[in-house]
Design a protein around this ligand. Structure first.
Ligand code: DCP
Ligand code: MG
Length: 352
């Protein structure tokens, strides 16, 4: 049985801002875009959340909900610095750390020796050290896998911990609303609701045939997730700044049209990979990569917040032209992630 911890900082950007400017403490604070430029919020502290102010809300709506809201422009250098310090604390306990974003990570502590291997004591100690050394609050979830640990970290947020022991797994999963599972967005949730499927217990009660009929190739994942089963490893790596899919073709593609034909499939695959991301992400740019028959390669990219077929065609054309009619042996399609929701449309901030 593995022991996985998921750590998620509380209102991270806002908490860091409060730390650097204590006069913000106790007041409603949001980090995000300038209202005069149709900015959106990255996050808000818990005082502001009481007014319904939250991440992704437009700044102007937020100010209507909470006229006293203090708006702070994002400063990613600070968040990265704090994130590095938090990771340094994680590394005292394990090297198997998978960051999902600046403020969130999975830790595999199955083989950790501290506290006689007690994952819940390790998680408590990590939260304590983050508070003591950085003055920031973290919430943690502890469970036998990533799925459970991630759901658990949200359980007693803010500044809380939830431990799900193996013998508690079933009791934890059964009443859980389906929306809590990975990859179940608003659309799937609605579909499930229409079928009377509200909780994981409802999913558990379905026959395999029914599951397959409703969810097609996702049936296996949903079957497992509803039971709290998740075999995915915690992958020790650095924070993901991009995601791409690429394929080498058995026969080179010799025309632009041939390359165009494969793109919809690439988009589908990339979107599927994106749907598997367990943390919030924001697309900053789209990238097309081509490798030619002589093994030279090129990339074309453009700033965008979504994957759009016509943009893919445009980038493909640019890249293809650079090959000067060489045949194409590999095509790649990817996205780069950004931290700042406002950076696409505005490069500099001016705040009142
Ligand atoms: N973020 C963002 N846009 C979003 C969501 C999040 O820019 N739509 C940024 C700001 C957050 C950080 O990522 O501070 C971490 O995201 P979380 O979802 O963990 O949100 P918080 O840490 O702010 O709050 P919570 O206490 O709910 O974890
Ligand atoms: Mg957080």
């Amino acid at each position: 049985m593995r022991k996985i911890i998921h750590v998620d900082m509380d209102c991270f950007y806002a908490a860091v801002e409060e730390l650097y400017n204590p006069s913000l403490k106790g007041k409603p604070v949001a980090v995000g875009g300038d209202p005069s430029r149709r900015g959106v919020l990255c996050t808000a502290n818990y005082e502001a959340r009481r007014f319904g102010v939250k991440a992704a809300l437009s700044t102007s709506v937020a100010l209507r909900k909470c006229p006293d809201l203090i708006l702070v422009p994002p400063d990613f250098e600070k968040y990265e610095k704090e994130s590095r310090a938090i990771h340094e604390i994680f590394r005292r306990f394990t090297n198997i750390i998978e960051p999902l974003s600046l403020d969130e990570a999975f830790l595999d502590v199955t083989h950790a020796l501290h506290f006689e291997g007690s994952a819940s004591l390790i998680a408590e100690e990590i939260r304590r050290l983050i508070w003591k050394e950085r003055g920031l609050r973290a919430s943690a979830g502890v469970g036998p896998n990533k799925l459970v640990a991630k759901i658990a970290s949200d359980w007693n947020k803010p500044n809380g911990i939830k431990v799900v022991r193996p013998d508690e797994l079933d009791a934890f999963m059964r009443p859980l609303p389906v929306r809590k599972l990975f990859g179940i967005g608003a659309v799937t949730e609605k579909k499930m609701k229409a079928l009377g499927l509200q909780t994981c217990a409802d999913l558990q009660n379905l026959e395999w045939d029914q599951l397959e009929q409703i969810f097609g190739n996702r049936a296996r994942d949903i079957f497992d997730m509803a039971r709290g089963i998740d075999e995915r490893k915690v992958e020790a790596r650095s924070f993901r700044k991009s995601l791409s899919v690429e394929h080498t073709f058995p026969n080179d593609l010799s025309t632009l049209d041939e390359c165009r034909l494969v793109l919809p499939r690439f988009i589908e695959e990339l979107e599927e990979r994106l749907a598997q991301q367990t943390s919030f992400y924001r697309i900053k740019a789209l990238v097309i990569k081509l490798k030619f028959s002589d093994f030279s390669s090129t990339t074309a990219e453009k700033i965008t917040s979504e994957i759009d077929l016509s943009l893919c065609y445009e980038l493909l054309e640019q890249a293809f032209e650079r090959g000067e009619c060489k045949a194409v042996r590999l095509v790649g399609l990817g996205v780069k992630f950004g931290f700042d929701p406002n950076e696409n449309s505005q490069l500099s901030f001016s705040f009142y």
